[in-house]
Ligand binder design. Structure first.
Ligand code: DON
Length: 307
């Protein structure tokens, strides 16, 4: 028998302790309340309150059907399912004006599952290193799973240029060099990287489609400055990829004065409206005999130095 731990969470400052599995109650309540915490229900009229509550219920019960069961028999990702950040994503598809048909609910990846690309940085006691980035391209790849395998097929064909100048999902354009040909591999932006100075070694990489390479660039520049691994992965990000011809940036990444100066130089700025990337990095200071891990605050996971 597995340990039974009640599901506990905060809802608008209220501490809730609710039933553990195999009751679906604790997980369901946590999900629904986290979704509803996005609204000031006291401001809504009754129909609107009911609408929002019903939409939260629909979503939580979809997850119940998909993930929940007796934890003595199945691994249920309780922590991920009750994560407020996951609930925000689940609730993002709620239309205040219209019911979402249950068969049209969008798929939402659980935190920790990584919808598409994943990066690991690893260093062992002998100094052997691994930088590994893995991709199935879009969230859920092609959305196709050969029956009975549990394996999602990728859709890496989008990493080819489908036609000259035709942007792919990440807005990247390409031409002849990256056109589809039998036996040819598409271009990738995956950039697992080692950087070695006299005393210091960095291992870094990230998901993020076309923005992977520039994330690693910014990470290396921060490494060069002597910043900590947490700083490399945490700093606000910006990116330019030739076309579209603008600097993309995370919200609040650029101070007002910096924005003005860039615009005065002729740059168009484009706030992408969300953060991007999930960089995982290791700094090994050989001279000091010190290890430091950098875990991107935008994503999931944690560094471990074996202590
Ligand atoms: O190899 C590439 O460049 C793409 N398949 C990477 C896609 C990716 O990073 C999506 N994840 N955020």
């Amino acid at each position: 028998m597995r340990e039974r731990t009640p599901v506990t969470f905060d809802y608008n400052g209220l501490q809730v302790t609710a039933a553990s599995l195999p009751s679906a109650g604790g997980v369901g309540l946590a999900q629904m309340l986290h979704m509803l915490s996005a609204y000031d229900l006291s401001e809504k009229n009754e129909a609107q309150r009911i609408h929002l509550a019903a939409e939260a219920m629909r979503r939580a019960y979809r997850d119940r059907a998909e993930y929940l069961g007796d934890p003595d028999f199945v691994d249920v990702p309780v922590a991920a399912l009750t994560d407020p950040a996951y609930a925000r994503e689940l609730g993002a598809s709620i239309d205040p004006a219209r019911a979402t048909p249950s068969d049209a609910l969008p798929e939402v990846a659980l935190p920790g599952e990584g919808p598409s690309t994943t990066h690991f940085s690893i260093l062992d006691a002998d100094g052997n290193r691994v930088g590994a980035t893995l991709s199935i391209n879009y969230p859920f790849g092609s959305g196709v799973m050969p029956e009975g395998t549990g394996v999602l097929l990728n859709n890496e064909m989008d990493d080819f240029a489908t036609a000259p100048g035709e942007p792919n999902a990440y807005g990247l354009v390409g031409g002849e060099a990256n056109r589809v040909q039998a036996g040819k591999r598409p271009l990738s932006s995956m950039t697992p990287t080692f950087v070695e100075g006299d005393d210091r070694v960095a291992i870094l990489g990230s998901p993020g489609g076309s923005r992977i390479i520039t994330q690693v660039l910014l990470g290396i520049l921060a490494f060069e400055e002597g910043a900590t691994a947490s700083e490399w992965v945490g700093r606000p990000r910006y990116h330019h990829q030739y076309l579209p011809d603008h600097i993309e940036h995370e919200p609040d990444a650029l101070a007002a004065a910096t924005r003005e100066q860039l615009q005065a130089k002729g740059h168009e700025l484009h706030d992408v409206g969300r953060t991007f990337g999930d960089m995982h990095a290791i700094l090994w200071d050989r001279a000091a005999g010190r290890l430091e891990t950098g875990t991107d605050p935008r994503g999931e996971g944690a560094g471990w130095t074996g202590d």
